[in-house]
Design a protein around this ligand. Structure first.
Ligand SMILES: [Zn+2]
Length: 54
């Protein structure tokens, strides 16, 4: 176990539609329930669920 793995790595997610960007799990993101995929991240700006990152 190294200290390097303790560093906070905030993964960011970006909207492919409008370019909105926020950390994963941020309150800025909205969520949309999907029948087969579960909860999706949805862009609060344009409402798209086409996001990149994880
Ligand atoms: Zn967007």
């Amino acid at each position: 176990m190294g200290d390097e793995s303790m560093r906070q790595t905030t993964t960011r997610v970006a909207c492919r539609n409008c370019g909105f960007e926020a950390p994963t799990g941020s309150d800025e993101w909205e969520t949309a329930a999907h029948p087969s995929h579960g909860t999706l991240t949805r862009c609060p700006d344009c409402g798209s669920t086409n996001t990149t990152g994880r």
